[in-house]
Design a protein around this ligand. Structure first.
Ligand code: G4F
Length: 349
């Protein structure tokens, strides 16, 4: 029988890559979309025609339960989140409700309806926060440092409690940074790829960046969604950290991106102290060996290939006039402007 996958956050980067993967495997894919974001389905481009949408307020338990009852999903992927970490300081409660509340409501609905649906919770390396050891595994102590990380941790424990108490097939993928040409430009990888492409084409002449020494474990979103799916195909529900296991600095990222377009980054990039996040001296890096051993998962796209993919996509889109170049004004943009630009930028990705 054809499997049905229900996805929250379907119009985001991961929603796109996961839907593409599942459609390729013959799934019926249904995206749960809040009424206010109905038009955002267009962000999925041609995939939108193959995905069913179900309009539902994720903060409304009855409505969400009705959706689960009607759709009877084989698998649920709970990806919805306001994923730009600094934003969570502006709306900690809204972040908690969307991240933790949605997970809780979906798990409760699955349990109450007596379904055997398999449940994937999108967790994040932000739950480790101020880590005392590196690399991290799913056994590492959680010490989140921001409302986003705290909300993701609460959702993680809620999932664990439901799994233990009600014997649900539920698991968390604790994902490290994962990027693609569909990443919105407020995230550092895309900010840099767009700037490198804009400067190469003579559309911009500088890039203001935060901490060049900040380090992250950056992987490709297309690889990471494969791990999500594999987690739900396993014999037993378990949690996994998913990352490349390799750390790079923002400086490496800038140098790699500018190298792709044959430019010396030092002529164009300046560090702006107002963009530096406080208290970021920890090393968030995955030990993906459990995912490798149990799921046979390993990243296929290297850091250099990822950055090259992103820079080349931005070059093409800028040449086609599909997106606006980055510029000195980018950092001063309001979030609403950034969002609007993002929608336009990814429409043809
Ligand atoms: O790209 P970022 O904004 O991503 P961040 O905060 O690590 O969060 C992403 O990954 C998490 C782990 O998977 C997710 F949970 C989360 O939802 C999101 O997907 O920043 C990456 C690094 C940080 O260390 C930041 O301080 O880049 C540093 N950085 C340096 N200059 C900058 C900049 N980040 C941004 N956004 N802009 C800068 O100018």
């Amino acid at each position: 029988m054809r499997k049905t996958a229900l996805i929250t956050g379907v119009t985001g980067q991961d929603g796109y890559y996961l839907s593409r993967l599942l459609l390729g495997k013959g799934y019926r894919v249904v995206g749960l979309i809040p009424p206010a974001r109905k038009s955002s389905i267009a962000k999925l481009g041609q995939l939108a025609e193959q995905i069913e949408t179900y309009i539902v307020d994720l903060t409304n338990a009855d409505w969400l339960t009705e959706a689960v009852e009607q759709l009877q999903p084989t698998e649920i992927y709970n990806l919805a989140a306001p994923s730009f970490v600094p934003r969570s300081w502006e709306d900690p409660l809204g972040t908690l409700d969307l991240v933790t509340g949605t997970a809780t409501r979906l798990l409760k609905a699955t349990r109450q309806l007596g379904l055997s649906t398999r449940f994937y919770q999108a967790s994040s390396s932000e739950i480790f926060g101020d880590v005392q050891s590196a690399p991290q595994t799913d056994e590492t102590t959680f010490r989140p440092k921001n409302p986003y990380g705290a909300a993701k941790l609460h959702a993680h424990w809620t999932m664990v409690h439901h799994r233990d108490r009600y014997n649900l097939f539920a698991c968390s993928g604790i994902l490290y940074n994962h990027e693609s040409p569909r990443r919105p430009p407020q995230f550092v990888t895309r900010k840099i790829s767009l700037a490198a492409a804009s400067i190469k084409l003579g559309l911009s002449d500088q890039l203001s960046i935060g901490n060049l020494d900040a380090k992250r474990d950056w992987g490709y979103a297309g690889d990471h969604v494969e791990a999500m799916w594999r987690m739900l195909q396993a014999d037993t529900p378990e949690d996994y950290v998913i990352g490349t296991g390799v750390l790079h600095t923002v400086r490496d990222l800038v140098a790699t991106a500018f190298d792709c377009v044959g430019l010396d980054w030092q002529k164009y990039v300046a560090s702006d102290p107002s963009l530096i996040r406080e208290d970021e001296h920890f090393q968030l890096v995955a030990d993906p060996s459990k995912a490798n051993q149990n799921l046979g998962w390993q990243p296929q796209v290297s850091f250099e290939q990822l950055i090259s993919k992103m820079v080349n996509a931005d070059l093409e889109r800028l040449k086609a006039g599909d997106i606006k170049p980055s510029g000195a004004t980018l950092k001063a943009q309001t979030e609403a402007q950034t969002e609007a630009q993002t929608e336009a930028q990814i429409k043809n990705t």
